[in-house]
Design a protein. Structure first.
Lengths: 253, 279
């Protein structure tokens, strides 16, 4: 039991040290711009189709599920409001984060993990580069920039999905009413919350992915273990942090 | 007689470890290891798998920090030195990792040019990178592979690119970690010929970890003949004659001496590294 605890404390210490170095490197040269753009392409453009699909179907599903309840109260015209609030505050950031975690935390852990077990990380240090600077910081920057943008797109396409379901398929309301109810429902702090969440989730996802990659040991099997652990840990943290950020904004009111 | 500098460093030493100990949890990877390499010397480190050969080389490069003991590189005490100072020291060292350690997302040209572009202390102007890369690749007879990626090359070729990358900065000390592991005997001899070529053409200090006695035998008895572009038997006082053998067992140096002393050893563990080949 004591050994297990020691291991956990050591893992936390390693994570904090790696994260600290990744943040300090933001203000230190050299900056590997090429690597940042490559990562932005992989994380942002690469995740776009899946994020858009997830957003679209989420918006449509919320509308479908809410339609019966809203009809019961004769409030079907308010469907736009429900879709907008639930997407912008919760589902957009969380589903995008889960998708990015599944796709990119695993990618980072497996890529860096393979580099670790084939001594490429050691080679990098031996050949004059700080691996945290070259590998972790670009991934941190790229995820922190791209995830909020992906979330905005997921929210937008989710609202479109809701619109198609509400107006075209179920005839719950008119298009004009749908969009104006959605627009009126959203307040400034919803938007802030909806953008702050992905910004924070992105940092957790990229740092957790990189941490598991950089501390991989035990050959191909170790890479597999790291990849799984990176996805599971980052998703758990997304849900935990989502509650705390939500709580913070609820208390603000 | 060797001169002794103020900090106890020997004048022409390139690498010195003093009572270095390293533990991984309950396992002692290195146990009070002391070891020195001088300019122009070759040291062949042998030992069973897990005996601490790789760890020893990584400590010499500052990739792993020792728990106890002192590490001197080029006469400078690097014990507890910050990464910045290690970067400067590494500019004068080359390393070939066990599997080559090539970056598989980069081309061969980018791989070999990597230390020139990233080690500031190497002070290589951008327009000199390509010629130096070409020169290093020609040294290992792979001048035609610039645009390829590592996965397109065979295991032996990857190892040769690894050597090109290790020597492209013209280091004074080159560390080779099992350069012949997993290669067929002919390719292994080609690789060892390149190790001897680098040592003899540039008088580089060489530390080579291996589990094959033939590798050490070759370095101790042959020199690179530039006129015939092949290995020739060593005569007189040459770099080959300054080859020492070290045998490691369970994190300790259990033998240090000449090839003859190694072959004469009656210790069961030590002699197996000479006997295996003789049989």
């Amino acid at each position: 039991m004591l050994d297990w605890l020691k291991l956990q404390v050591l893992a936390l210490q390693n994570f904090v040290v790696l994260s600290g170095r990744a943040y300090i490197n933001l203000f230190r040269s050299p900056h590997y711009l090429d690597d940042i753009f490559v990562q932005m392409d992989t994380i942002g453009v690469g995740s776009l189709p899946i994020v858009l699909l997830t957003g679209f179907f989420s918006g449509a599903t919320i509308t479908l599920q809410m339609s019966r309840a809203l009809n019961q109260y004769g409030a079907s015209g308010e469907v736009g409001q429900i879709v907008a609030i639930s997407l912008v505050r919760e589902l957009g950031p969380v589903l995008t984060a889960v998708t990015v975690a599944g796709r990119n935390a695993s990618g980072m852990a497996s890529e860096l993990g393979s580099m670790k077990v084939t001594e490429q990380i050691d080679a990098m240090r031996a050949l004059g580069t700080d691996p945290a600077q070259k590998l972790v910081t670009p991934r941190l920057i790229a995820t922190a920039v791209m995830e909020p943008l992906l979330t905005i797109l997921a929210d937008a396409i989710g609202l479109l999905g809701g619109y198609i379901m509400a107006v075209v398929a179920l005839h719950l309301t008119t298009g004009q009413q749908y969009w104006s109810s959605a627009h009126q429902a959203l307040e400034f702090d919803d938007i802030i919350q909806g953008l702050l969440k992905p910004f924070i989730f992105a940092q957790v996802i990229s740092l957790v992915g990189c941490y598991y990659g950089m501390f991989t040991s035990g050959g191909a099997q170790g890479v597999g273990r790291s990849t799984t652990a990176a996805v599971v840990t980052s998703i758990v943290w997304v849900f935990v942090l989502n509650l705390f950020i939500g709580q913070f904004f609820v208390n603000l009111k | 007689m060797v001169e002794t500098a103020r900090n106890g460093a020997v004048a022409d030493e390139v690498l010195r470890l003093e009572n270095v100990t390293l533990r991984f949890d309950a396992l002692t990877a290195l146990d009070r290891v002391s070891f020195m390499l001088r300019r122009g010397e070759t040291c062949v480190i042998q030992g069973a798998a897990g005996s601490g050969k790789t760890v020893l080389l990584k400590i010499a490069l500052g990739l792993i920090k020792a728990d106890e003991g002192r590490v001197f590189v080029f006469g400078r005490d690097m014990t507890g030195a910050p990464e910045r100072e290690w970067m400067e020291a590494r500019a004068r060292m080359g390393i070939l990792f066990q599997e080559g350690g090539l970056f598989d997302s980069m081309t061969i040209e980018e791989n070999v040019g990597y230390p020139l572009e990233n080690i500031k202390a190497a002070q290589c102007p951008p327009d000199e990178v390509r010629p130096r890369v070409e020169q290093a690749l020609q040294f290992v007879e792979l001048g035609h592979t610039l645009e390829k990626v590592p996965s397109e090359l065979s295991g032996g070729m990857r190892r040769r690119v690894g050597i090109a990358r290790a020597v492209v900065t013209r280091p004074q000390l080159v560390l080779y970690d099992s350069p012949t592991a997993g290669l067929d005997p002919i390719t292994a001899t080609t690789i060892m010929a390149l190790v001897a070529k680098e040592r003899d053409t540039r008088q580089t200090a060489t530390a080579l970890a291996t589990h094959r006695y033939q590798d050490g035998h070759l370095l101790a008895n042959y020199v690179w003949d530039p006129a015939r572009a092949e290995l020739a038997p060593a005569k007189g006082d040459c770099s080959a004659a300054r080859t020492r053998f070290v045998v490691m067992g369970e994190g300790r140096i259990v033998f240090e001496g000449s090839q003859q002393e190694l072959e004469d050893s009656t210790d069961e563990y030590i002699s197996q590294f000479a006997r295996r080949w003789k049989e």
